[in-house]
Design a binder for this molecule. Structure first.
Ligand code: AMP
Ligand code: MG
Length: 282
């Protein structure tokens, strides 16, 4: 069973078809138990991905303000080995970034073999905030869907598993979360009048997200719509989708490790034989 909704290009979606409150009838404590099992599995899969060193994993997190991108990074990716997992956050582009094509700053952070990279926002901002706020001419941002598809095709053809998550919250839930930030000094660093202003563009963002999801999903780069009103369900759903996506590679990674072992063990043995016959100490 999948807790996320997988979109890979066949059907066109409306966000209103998905319930942000969904929890599949799970209770929070049941979910926590499942989460700890999935986390163990994910840690093990990451170790294999890292060791086999031939596959790359790119996770893209998108969602409106307060949808839980930071929380998901902590809750789902926190337990991973940080040696093989990088987080790349994309903010308002700098002058230097704006002086290049929109994918320049993004490509730089694409994962290397054996690595996981999580994008906290991504190149999709260039068809979301840019579209909603008219930061580029329509002709420019409309052309970007094809560029994004070609870019993701390139990454996929270079052994990159691409998984894109849209964290789906309701308008009411966003209001609650924004209000809560104002009551909690430890969350003050997140306060931004910009978030309230963005809220006024809720429907424009809905259209922009629907277009991004419908125009840029494919079996090699699916979108997952994650019911995200409940933080614990959001993390569980993402973790489960990651484990499901990585598991099919496990056998190949183990085989590769086996081969690496055979090759290196043979080299060590050869070295010992040569050393023995020349009388050297090892
Ligand atoms: P936060 O994720 O809360 O740290 O905010 C980052 C801000 O950067 C958000 O308001 C994004 O919309 C904005 N941002 C990210 N990428 C772009 C982009 N390509 N063009 C304009 N604004 C962007
Ligand atoms: Mg913010």
């Amino acid at each position: 069973m999948e807790y996320v909704h997988r979109i890979e290009g066949e059907r066109k979606i409306s966000l209103s078809d998905f319930d942000p409150e969904e929890t599949h009838g799970l209770k929070r404590n049941e979910a926590e138990e499942k989460m700890s099992r999935l986390t163990e599995e994910l840690v093990e899969l990451q170790e294999l991905l890292y060791a086999a060193n031939d596959t790359r994993l790119l996770v893209i997190l998108q969602g409106r303000d307060t949808s839980g991108k930071d929380g998901a990074i902590r809750g789902v990716f926190g337990p991973l080995n940080s040696q093989g997992c990088e987080i790349a956050s994309f903010k308002v582009p700098t002058e230097a970034e704006l002086a290049h094509d929109f994918l320049w700053r993004v490509h730089l952070h694409a994962p290397a073999s054996g690595q996981i990279v999580v994008f906290n926002r991504s190149h999709y901002e260039d068809v979301l905030v840019v579209r909603v706020h008219h930061l580029a001419e329509e002709k420019i941002w409309r052309g970007r869907y094809d560029h994004i598809n070609n870019f993701e095709r390139l990454l996929a053809d270079s052994n990159t598993i691409i998984l894109k998550f849209y964290l789906h919250i309701s308008r009411e839930e966003q209001e609650k979360r924004l209000m809560k930030r104002e009551q909690d000094a430890t969350k003050f660093w997140k306060l931004s009048v910009g978030d309230w202003k963005e809220r006024e563009h809720w429907d424009d963002y809905t259209v922009a997200y629907e277009d991004a999801i419908n125009k840029c999903s494919a079996p090699h780069a699916p979108w997952f719509i994650v019911p995200a009103n409940k933080k614990w369900f959001r993390n569980l759903a993402i973790a489960e989708a990651l484990v499901n996506a990585l598991k099919p590679y496990k056998e190949n990674w183990l085989k590769r490790l086996e081969k690496i072992g055979e090759r290196e063990l043979a080299a060590i043995e050869e070295f010992r034989r040569a050393a023995q016959s020349s009388g050297a100490k090892t």
